[in-house]
Design a protein around this ligand. Structure first.
Ligand code: 1GP
Length: 244
């Protein structure tokens, strides 16, 4: 089954985001095992900016160390690799930078075709935070004001009308304020496609409020970086999933 088909059937769950600059390969097998044992089924891999690590080489090595399926969440066209199970083909719908709307896509499309990579067309919605995150700086994108769910809805609809199959609502890595449940409720009223929510989610209660609002996947990245999550850390999140 394709990753997208599995995602379209998936129950709400936490989704681990790995920043290869911050996940040394020596620690990866144990960290992946803890996540899998708790119920984790996929990991996202990517970052707004990688300073030290080749994403391709990291994925190539990681695949030999764990069976955990890897899904690319690329911050740039440098972050592609055939050593993954799928790629989120991100349409930065909330921005107006043509490179993140079509330019980068044209540059990497031939490689993805050649590799036969599963491509998941994804509408990426950056929502407001109270300070600048790497994603704003790198993509030159303004976030959608968080108190304007109707603007988030309009932007998401545009992506869906363009044929995209997944919505990713992001407050940016390390955001002090995660996306509001009301924003997710507004999107869930429009569509049954998988909704991925991330940015600043650090505790199971916040994740639960987003699942209750209609999120399919709640992304946890930065919170796992100071010390990789143990199985019991992940289980505190899985325990609050609506279907668990
Ligand atoms: C960032 O949505 C992701 O693009 C995850 O954010 O690192 O804050 O968990 P965090």
């Amino acid at each position: 089954m394709s990753v997208l088909a599995a995602w379209e059937r998936a129950a709400p769950q936490p989704l681990w985001l790995i920043d290869p600059d911050r996940m040394p390969l020596e620690q990866y097998p144990a960290a992946a095992h803890a996540y899998i044992e708790a119920g984790g089924r996929w990991a996202l891999v990517g970052s707004s900016f990688l300073a030290r690590t080749s994403l391709h080489l990291w994925c190539q090595a990681a695949r030999k160390l764990s069976p955990l399926p890897l899904i690319l969440f690329p911050g740039s066209i440098l972050q592609v690799s055939p050593e993954v199970d799928a790629i989120l083909f991100l349409f930065l719908a909330s921005g107006r930078n043509p490179h993140y709307l079509i330019g980068g896509h044209v540059e990497v499309a031939p490689l993805l075709y050649q590799w036969g990579t599963e491509v998941i067309p994804t509408t990426y919605l950056l929502v407001g935070t109270d300070h600048t995150r790497s994603v704003h700086y790198i993509t030159h994108s303004l976030p959608i004001p968080p108190d304007k769910p109707e603007l988030v809805q309009a932007t998401a609809l545009a992506g869906l009308y363009l044929g995209q199959r997944v919505l990713y609502v992001d407050a940016g890595s390390g955001a002090s304020v995660p996306p509001a449940p009301s924003v997710i409720t507004a999107l869930r009223q429009l569509t049954s496609v998988p909704i991925v929510v991330g940015g600043g989610i650090r505790d199971p209660e916040t994740a639960a409020s987003l699942w209750q609002a209609g999120a399919t996947f709640v992304v946890i990245g930065t919170a796992t970086e100071a010390k990789p999550f143990s199985r019991s850390d992940w289980e505190t999140f899985f325990a609050l999933c609506p279907s668990s």
